[in-house]
Design a protein around this ligand. Structure first.
Ligand code: SF4
Ligand code: SF4
Length: 352
């Protein structure tokens, strides 16, 4: 028996099987761990963890809660060149690159972009609304450093209402099933709004888990300046909903980390790390953060030098008052990892 399992092929199958059960691939922990160690040895205080790359804001949907297509309506037809995208990846030099938009499958050189970013040794999370997923799969190759991240905001009737497109849920789900069948890693992304019913989310997460997704990301929506809408939650409302949601970490493969979920449920307080997930798009480096825009800088160096980080990290800007979004607070969790938290995160990654 021992000889059987120590056979190199069996070992690699076992490693792949145990990696499949993890919320994040082992290789991501290794890359992130090495990166954090390097930054700490360099005594660097402010550094990014995940680059949010938006090669285009063009989209095939017009979701009611989307700030991006409204904020960038004048430049929806523009896209970054492949060279600009790769320069952004090089400048930020984060272990993880999230390719988002808009709908990034509409980017003219999308397959080449993914190939090149992976070639630079990065982990890629590719955010999509899923409408073009099935027909685009042939352009990509499955591998552990590449994950599709498909957007679902509720069960079928709820999701189709939020994205204003009947049939959108089934189309995206068909894409998820085919991607899984072809060996791709697939996670999903759900935004919680004021009208989100927690019981509906529970049904959705059960359905996604039964479909075999590798991870489910859930986070509260944010009241974009460009949307005059009362669909977004206050901090008090976020905490009420997430007191329920955080109980599901063992039932469903949630990939919103447990310490961030404690924060969302009001159990702990955290300060924002606004430089943790910098955003680059056709207008430049968006300052100060993924959510609010005061300006865009032409280079990453200028963005880091000229943004008033102390002000935004203090939470004193009135626009930050109700914000609890993952791109501001999950980097704080990673920065503050100590022995006890690290053990908890490792146990959680193994589904504990
Ligand atoms: S799919 Fe995404 S980018 Fe497109 S409208 Fe909806 S939220 Fe916005
Ligand atoms: S609290 Fe939210 S809005 Fe304010 S800087 Fe952080 S991420 Fe941006």
């Amino acid at each position: 028996m021992w000889r059987t399992v120590t056979h190199p092929i069996c070992l690699s199958l076992l490693a792949r099987e145990s990696e499949r059960r993890m919320r994040f691939p082992l290789s991501l922990y290794v890359s992130m761990g090495g990166y954090l160690l390097k930054k700490s040895l360099q005594r660097q205080d402010r550094y990014p963890l995940v680059l949010m790359l938006e090669p285009t804001h063009r989209c095939n949907l017009s979701c009611s809660g989307c700030g991006r297509i409204r904020e960038y309506q004048e430049t929806l037809d523009q896209e970054m060149t492949l060279e600009e995208c790769l320069l952004a990846v090089q400048e930020a030099n984060t272990p993880v690159v999230t390719i988002t938009g808009g709908e990034p499958l509409l980017y003219s050189r999308v397959d080449e972009l993914v190939r090149q970013v992976l070639k630079h040794g990065k982990h890629v999370y590719f955010c999509t609304n899923g409408l073009l997923l099935e027909e685009s799969l042939h352009l990509f190759q499955p591998q552990s450093r590449f994950t599709w991240n498909v957007h679902f905001d509720g069960t079928e009737p709820v999701h189709d209402r939020v994205i204003c497109r009947r049939g959108g849920f089934q189309k995206a789900l068909a894409g998820v099933r085919t991607a899984r069948a072809r060996g791709f890693r697939v996670s999903t992304n759900t935004t919680v709004y004021r009208e989100t019913d927690v019981a509906d989310l529970e049904k959705l997460f059960q359905q996604l888990t039964d479909t075999g997704v590798d991870g489910i990301l859930v986070a509260p929506g944010f009241s974009y300046e460009h949307l005059n809408s009362d669909m977004f939650l206050t901090r008090r409302e976020i905490m009420e909903k997430f007191r329920h949601i955080r109980r599901w970490t063992r039932r469903f493969p949630l990939i919103s980390n447990p310490i961030y979920l404690d924060f969302l449920a009001g159990q702990i307080t955290l300060q924002c790390t606004p430089w943790g997930n910098p955003t680059c798009n056709p207008r430049g480096w968006k300052s100060p953060c993924y959510l609010i825009t005061d300006t865009h800088y032409p280079s990453y160096a200028e963005f880091m030098e000229r943004t008033d980080w102390d002000h935004f990290a203090s939470g004193k800007d009135p626009r930050c008052a109700q914000c609890m979004v993952h791109c501001g607070y999950e980097p704080t969790v990673v920065r503050q990892l100590n022995g006890r938290n690290l053990l908890r995160m490792l146990r959680w990654n193994l589904n504990g």
